[in-house]
Write a protein that binds this ligand. Structure first.
Ligand code: SAH
Length: 364
């Protein structure tokens, strides 16, 4: 059990960072939340946009194909998806992208996936497309060349760190053990050492926040940005990330655990629930720009999808299957309504700066 392993680690090595706790809880190869099962779908733990409607992946596929046209139709372009889940978005994207002659034939599909269980589901979903697919475990393992990179709800599960302002200094927030609470897992948040050099990870605008303020640091986002910058400096490339979080950096604890569509305390029973935290789009865009990338967005998901013609696609689908009209209308509502996914979910597009403005975005 992961809880026992983590308790042993804390007993022998002292409190651990939230990022380390999250990594074990999600990706421990034998008991991690993602390693062992397929958590995505109405009957499982959480649901995502591509699982709500085929239209989501279709529009993403058309944007990918347009990007290929804008690149000058390079042969061997890598179409990379980070964290493809059940493979649904890629399957819908490939189907729609057939509308652009030559794209599918030119594309090499690469999936970056940490979970063995989900790889198997992806192979099943994408088998019928006939596409040649390769799996790798990280972006650096993809051969150089022009690339189009997609990631839906990938950044939110990259491990986060948290920092708390205490007596005028930012300290790391760690996970320790409270022997009194051993019965209910025993994990508690404790104040760790001052951040030191990592203070640079605290958004500048928030650094003077009052005592007790908590910020989340996303070293994983920066790592991804640096990898993209290196890749796109050598060859044309564009990445599109869709995720949830505020447009501007905020104070506050957003670490959450979701199991069977319900929240549970984040430190309770690691490995049994999805652990995520909101993406800080402002810091992501700033990090991208300082790494030399051009960044567009964040653009709210609802406005972006509607701007790209979601309703036109829905009308065509409803005409083809009149019995599904109300189901399709509900899908639009879930993807675009402000109280649903329309506002909290956002898109960011990062590229090397040598391509036209991406579909649905305004100047970067
Ligand atoms: N994009 C899918 C799945 C989202 S869940 C959808 O929208 O339905 C997050 C996905 O990212 C899962 O497939 C998970 O296994 C994968 N993942 C998370 N962190 C990862 C990492 N560091 N490396 C590779 N895959 C990762």
């Amino acid at each position: 059990m992961i809880a026992e392993t983590l308790r042993d680690r804390i007993r022998s090595g002292g409190p651990m960072s939230i990022a380390a706790f999250m990594t074990e809880a999600l990706f421990d190869p034998s008991h991690g939340f993602y390693a062992t099962k397929d958590p995505i779908g109405a009957g499982a733990d959480f649901i995502t946009a591509p699982e709500i409607s085929q239209m989501f992946g279709e529009l993403i596929g058309l944007v990918a194909a347009q990007t290929w046209l804008d690149m000058g139709r390079p042969d061997g372009v890598k179409l990379i998806e980070m964290g493809p889940g059940r493979g649904t978005m890629m399957a819908d994207a490939l189907r729609a992208a057939r509308a652009v002659p030559g794209f599918i034939e030119a594309a090499e599909i690469v999936l970056i996936e940490a979970s063995a269980a989900l790889k198997a589901v992806q192979a099943q979903t994408l088998g019928p497309t006939g596409a040649q697919i390769r799996w790798v475990d990280r972006l650096e393992a993809v051969a150089p060349g022009p690339s189009i990179i997609l990631g839906n709800e990938f950044l939110d599960c990259l491990p986060v760190r948290q920092a708390v302002r205490h007596k005028g200094t930012w300290h790391e927030r760690l996970v320790g053990l409270d022997p009194e609470a051993e019965a209910e897992s025993g994990f508690v948040f404790v104040l760790g050492p001052p951040l030191g050099e990592d203070l640079a990870l605290v958004p500048e605008r928030l650094r003077e926040a009052g005592d007790g303020a908590l910020v989340e640091l996303r070293p994983g986002d920066r790592q991804v940005v640096d990898q993209l910058a290196a890749r796109f400096a050598a060859h044309p490339g564009r990445a599109l990330f869709i995720d949830y979080g505020p447009a501007t950096s905020e104070i506050g604890d957003t670490l959450q655990a979701i199991r069977a569509h319900k929240k549970q305390p984040p430190l309770l029973d690691p490995g049994t629930a999805d652990l995520t935290a909101r993406v800080d789009f402002e810091s992501l865009v700033l990090a991208a720009r300082s790494a030399g990338l051009t960044a567009y967005g964040p653009e709210p998901q609802g406005a972006w999808l509607l701007g790209l013609g979601l309703e036109t696609r829905a009308a065509a689908l409803s005409q083809a299957q009149p019995g599904k009209r109300s189901q399709i209308a509900r899908q639009i509502w879930r993807l675009t309504d402000q109280e649903q996914m329309g506002e909290l979910f956002k898109l960011v597009c990062l590229d090397g700066g040598d391509l036209p403005i991406p579909p649905g975005f305004s100047a970067g």
